[in-house]
Ligand binder design. Structure first.
Ligand SMILES: Nc1ncnc2c1ncn2[C@@H]1O[C@H](COP(=O)(O)OP(=O)(O)OP(=O)(O)O)[C@@H](O)[C@H]1O
Ligand SMILES: [Mg+2]
Length: 249
C-alpha cells in the first residue's frame, strides 16, 4: 500500500446482489485506467437500500480490502453510488434577473439554479443532485452555456433527484463506519450513463436501463441533457424466483 491516492478515483457500487469497489487513475483526457476491482456478495441490502448497517458495512469493508489488494492503493475516500425505490426525480425551472445585462455571470447562473431548487420538498427527503439541463435567455431556448452572453432574464431547466433522508444517511453511515470518506453520492444510473454513453448518444436521445438483482435503474437523455431518472423495484431475482415457482424446484 505504498502508492499515494494522487489522481486516483474510487467508486463503490452498493448493490443488492453484489458490492463492488473499483479503483481508477485519471489518464489522458477523459480516460480512466482501472487499477483494481473488489467484488463481494452483498449483505444488509434490500432492493438497493441498507437495511442492516453492521452487515452492509462489513461487506463494504471486504470489497474495499479486495480492491486495495488488487490495486496496491490505500482507500480512504470514494464516490458512492446510490439507488433504491426511494429515489424520485422531477424537472424544475428557476428564473433570475441578470445583474449586468452585458454578460451573464456565474452568480446569475447560481441564483437561477437556487430558484429552481425552491420546490416543496417533504421534510424526510433530501436532494441528491440538481443538474442544469438547458438555459433560456430572454425567451431564447436551448442554450447550453449562458456565461458571458447578454440578456436580462435567465431561466434554467434543471433535473432534481431526491431520496429519503433515512436511506441516504444509512448508506453514508455504512461507508463511513469502515473509515472511508465519501467524496460524493452519485445516482447509480447516472454513474452507469457516464461509463457507457457517448456525448452523441445523449445528443440523439437515449434510454439507459441497468437491470440489477432487485432493482432496475433507468436514465433518459435528450438534447445532451438528462430528462428523466428512476429506479424501479424489479430486477433479475424476480425472474429467477418466477422460474423457480413455475418449475417447482
Ligand atoms: N448472464 C446473466 N444472465 C441473466 N441474468 C444474470 C446474468 N448474470 C447475472 N444475472 C442476474 O443479474 C442480477 C445481478 O445484477 P447486478 O450485479 O447488476 O445487481 P446489483 O447491482 O447487485 O443489484 P441492484 O442494482 O438491484 O441493487 C442477478 O439477479 C443475477 O441473477
Ligand atoms: Mg446495481
Amino acid at each position: 500500500m505504498a502508492r499515494t491516492m494522487a489522481r486516483t478515483i474510487v467508486g463503490i457500487d452498493v448493490g443488492t446482489s453484489k458490492i463492488c469497489t473499483i479503483v481508477g487513475q485519471a489518464g489522458d483526457g477523459r480516460r480512466l485506467n482501472i487499477l483494481g476491482v473488489g467484488t463481494v456478495p452483498s449483505r444488509g441490502i434490500d432492493k438497493g437500500v441498507v437495511v442492516n448497517i453492521d452487515d452492509a458495512a462489513s461487506a463494504i469493508e471486504t470489497s474495499i480490502e479486495k480492491a486495495e489488494r488488487a490495486s496496491g492503493f490505500r482507500i480512504n475516500h470514494a464516490f458512492v453510488g446510490i439507488a433504491g425505490r426511494h429515489i424520485s426525480s422531477l424537472n424544475s425551472r428557476g428564473v433570475a434577473a441578470v445583474q449586468n445585462p452585458d454578460g451573464i455571470s456565474r452568480q446569475d447562473v447560481a441564483r437561477a439554479i437556487e430558484a429552481a431548487q425552491a420546490v416543496a420538498l417533504p421534510t424526510q427527503r433530501e436532494i441528491i443532485h440538481i443538474i442544469p439541463r438547458a438555459y433560456v435567455i430572454d425567451g431564447n431556448e436551448g442554450i447550453r452555456d449562458p456565461i458571458g452572453m447578454s440578456g436580462l432574464r435567465l431561466e434554467v431547466e434543471t433535473h432534481i433527484i431526491t431520496g429519503e433522508a433515512m436511506a441516504i444517511q444509512n448508506l453514508i453511515r455504512s461507508v463511513e463506519r469502515v473509515g472511508v470518506q465519501i467524496d460524493d453520492l452519485v445516482l447509480q444510473p447516472l454513474a452507469a450513463a457516464e461509463a457507457v454513453l457517448s456525448d452523441e448518444d445523449k445528443e440523439q436521445g437515449v434510454m439507459l436501463i441497468d437491470i440489477g438483482g432487485a432493482t432496475t435503474d433507468l436514465a433518459i437523455f435528450a438534447h445532451g441533457g438528462v430528462w428523466h431518472t428512476g429506479v424501479i423495484p424489479v430486477g433479475g431475482q424476480h425472474f429467477t424466483n418466477d422460474i423457480v415457482y413455475v418449475l417447482h424446484t
